[in-house]
Design a protein around this ligand. Structure first.
Ligand code: NAD
Length: 197
């Protein structure tokens, strides 16, 4: 049995709860969030133990094997590094980090600790994206010189008003890191700059 914990009890955390529940051999044992209302709401739909912060959670429940990082994006790197120091596997929400330096630091820490780490990019598994990927692999379009992408996702003011971190450079990173990151694929030319965990 693999014991999961979730750091950050906001919108996306509920998807992680659902995925853990559906996965044989996985169970959710702990959650943490500094916001007591968020913590209480998620606690109400799980049988996990609630904590105000990651450090306390990891100290009190050493049986945790993996941590899902579901916090504002600017906190992914520091919290992931904290979990890695305790030898925990990671499921990181996208974007992996907000800077290349942090991503490289994290990749190195994952390599050294020998744990497994993955970043959640669900849009890459949509049928249209999978069909496009297959077509590219079959060289159906010949040699591509340019790719032009349009992301038609509306984000109204109400979206940005949901939480103080949204739309900020320090915690959200902006549309290229928040929304468009879901669509971005690495190409051969970009490989030197792209970091994959
Ligand atoms: N993969 C996807 O398709 C997808 C979709 C939506 C969001 N996301 C990502 O998930 C992350 C969270 O987004 P959200 O919509 O759930 O945001 P949210 O604001 O609803 O939730 C974030 C939660 O993290 C908590 N938090 C803040 N600091 C914390 C800390 N130090 N330790 C633990 N918890 C802390 C907040 O109190 C809040 O409850 C973002 O990085 C976002 O980019 C991914």
């Amino acid at each position: 049995m693999m014991n999961f914990a979730i750091a950050g009890c906001g919108h996306i955390a509920y998807k992680h709860v659902g995925a853990i529940e559906k996965t044989e051999g996985a169970r959710l044992v702990a959650i943490c969030d500094p916001n007591p209302d968020r913590l209480k709401e998620l606690r109400a739909v799980t049988s996990s133990t609630a904590y105000p912060d990651l450090g306390t959670m990891l100290a009190r429940q050493p049986e945790i094997d993996a941590v899902c990082i579901c916090t504002p994006s600017g906190l992914h790197a520091p919290l992931a590094l904290e979990a890695l120091r305790e030898g925990k596997h990671l499921v990181l929400e996208k974007p992996v980090t907000l800077s290349l330096t942090e991503a490289e630091q994290l990749r190195e820490a994952v390599r050294v600790s020998g744990v497994k780490a993955t970043v959640v990019h669900p849009n890459r598994y949509r049928p249209a994206m999978q069909a496009l990927r297959a077509a590219l692999a079959e060289h159906r379009f010949g040699k591509l010189s340019h790719v032009n992408m349009t992301l038609r996702w509306n984000r109204s003011q109400a979206y940005y008003d949901q939480a103080a971190w949204r739309g900020t450079k320090a915690m959200d990173g902006g549309v290229l890191l928040n929304q468009a990151i879901s669509q971005r694929r690495t190409c051969r030319r970009c490989d030197a700059k792209a970091v994959r965990l």
